[in-house]
Design a protein around this ligand. Structure first.
Ligand SMILES: Nc1nc2c(ncn2[C@@H]2O[C@H](COP(=O)(O)OP(=O)(O)OP(=O)(O)O)[C@@H](O)[C@H]2O)c(=O)[nH]1
Ligand SMILES: [Mg+2]
Length: 452
């Protein structure tokens, strides 16, 4: 049987949207660096970020905007695709039928979970080039979590329930309130984002401390029961260091750990919260966001730096909401930008950074039928990447035909690989190939081989 290619045998897929967000400035194609806490992360392709913070800081408001944005992006692409092929459906009285939220259930998985399209101009470029029948961007999964209060680790508020929700995520968007509004009560009365950072960090560290203590007790019990076993020096030293950091309110991800220690933490303490990557989102008033000034920003920045560093993204629920409410009327949007010193939405940056912190990348498949982003963890080998499309592709993997997006863009003038092949940029890669971000790939596979 002759080998088949992934383009011939892709499973049936539905048309999904392309992000309509503005793109941040394009960076050069340097390899993705190994980011922060990624070393503690799970090696999985569907990872999620959870929105965490004190009550009333704007978590659900942010989540709702992200969800509405995603639905709007879906609508936009739907309309574009449909228009390209046949007239847009109209209602009995001749008005254009608007796709409704119910048509796009995949944006909101449940009331607390959204799939946010990852904005990427490379993907847009491929869609514009191929004009495929269906388009499928990469998505970042985001979960809204209820507010955490002081004492949550010992059961205050909904306490442990929140913390177990956080445990189930792979990365954290930590929302911090730096907007003042007498109408919106602060749990601790006064606005003080640095105190809030301390409160949340302390709760997360306390919860982790509980996890470590339990793990140590379990291990000691196992040794007691089985005299042939003994606590390894690595176990003891790692657990001691973990406890030492937590007792000082320091997140485990910010420590310097060697590979055996990382492995030990992953094996014995898989549910730690403070190993997860964290992005700090500072919710400002619209006024402060636009003028890029707020008295707390330098203090928050200093705190983050002292606590192991991390990405801090200022944003404003108020600004995002107003911008979103303008819809896709470009004249109104331009006027809004002009009125607000050219400030743009911070949501695209949140999504792309979230994706990056989770150590995820995507490769493309591109053809007339479909242009699609496929998410893999950074470091995935070609057969594993093939397996994301279909398990047969991984089982029967023969080779991957690969061109880097930048090479394709520089060479191809039409939706075909012919020019790229001629220029010698169409590579044949085998099982040991590590997939790179934005590779355009076609897999060759043969499934007649025995199941391994
Ligand atoms: N003025 C102002 N109000 C905001 C802003 N962000 C959120 N709010 C208001 O703050 C209140 C609480 O916002 P939510 O988004 O529900 O807060 P939350 O963090 O999800 O709160 P919990 O779910 O209780 O933990 C709402 O009345 C929002 O309208 C903002 O940027 N400026
Ligand atoms: Mg909420």
């Amino acid at each position: 049987m002759s080998p088949r290619s992934s383009a011939e045998k892709a499973p049936p897929l539905r048309a999904v949207p392309r992000a309509t967000f503005a793109m941040p400035p394009k960076k050069d194609q340097t390899p993705v660096e190994d980011v922060g806490a990624a070393k503690f992360g799970r090696v999985k392709n569907n990872l999620r970020m959870g929105i965490v913070g004190l009550p009333n800081v704007g978590k659900s408001s942010l989540f709702n905007i992200l969800t509405k944005q995603s639905i709007a992006a879906v609508r936009g692409i739907h309309r574009r695709l449909v228009r390209a092929r046949w007239d847009f459906e109209t209602t009995d009285d001749g008005r254009e039928k608007r796709p409704t939220q119910e048509n796009y259930p995949f944006c909101t998985i449940d009331p607390n979970e959204a799939r946010c399209p990852v904005p990427d101009e490379r993907y847009d470029y491929l869609c514009d080039m191929w004009k495929p029948a269906s388009e499928y961007p990469a998505f970042l999964m985001v979960t809204d979590i209820a507010g955490l209060v002081r004492g949550a680790s010992s059961g205050a508020g909904l306490g442990n329930a929140f913390l177990s929700n956080i445990m189930a995520t792979d990365g954290i968007f930590h929302v911090i309130r730096a907007f003042d509004d007498p109408e919106v009560v602060h749990v601790d009365d006064e606005i003080d984002p640095v105190r809030d950072l301390e409160t949340i960090t302390a709760e997360l560290c306390l919860k982790d401390m509980e996890t470590v203590k339990r793990a140590v007790a379990d291990e000691e019990l196992a040794v007691k029961k089985n005299p042939t076993m003994k606590l390894s020096a690595l176990f003891k030293s790692t657990m001691e260091r973990v406890q030492e950091m937590l007792s000082k309110n320091l997140a485990i991800r910010t420590g310097e750990w060697n590979t055996p220690e990382v492995e030990m933490i992953k094996e014995k303490l898989p549910t730690l919260i403070t190993t997860k990557p964290m992005i700090y989102l500072v919710n400002l008033s619209k006024k402060d966001y636009v003028r890029k000034k707020n008295k707390w920003l330098p203090k928050i920045h200093a705190w983050v730096k002292e606590h192991g560093g991390g990405i801090m993204i200022p944003f404003s629920v108020e600004f995002e909401q107003e911008l979103f409410d303008l819809g896709d009327d470009s004249a109104l949007v331009e006027a809004f930008y002009a009125d607000n010193e050219g400030s743009k939405s911070a949501l695209p940056k949140m999504i792309t950074q979230g994706y990056k912190e989770l150590n995820l990348i995507y490769f493309f498949t591109a053809g007339e039928k479909e242009v699609r982003c496929w998410t893999v963890y950074n470091g995935a080998l070609a057969p594993q990447a093939a397996g994301v499309i279909h398990s047969d592709f991984e089982r029967g993997f023969i080779k991957a035909e690969v061109v880097a997006f930048d090479d394709f863009k520089a060479i191809a003038t039409k939706p075909s690989m012919a020019e790229v092949k001629e220029a010698g940029k169409y590579r044949q890669e085998g099982k040991a190939y590590v997939v790179k971000d934005a590779d355009i790939i076609q897999f060759m596979f043969n499934v007649t081989g025995k199941k391994k």
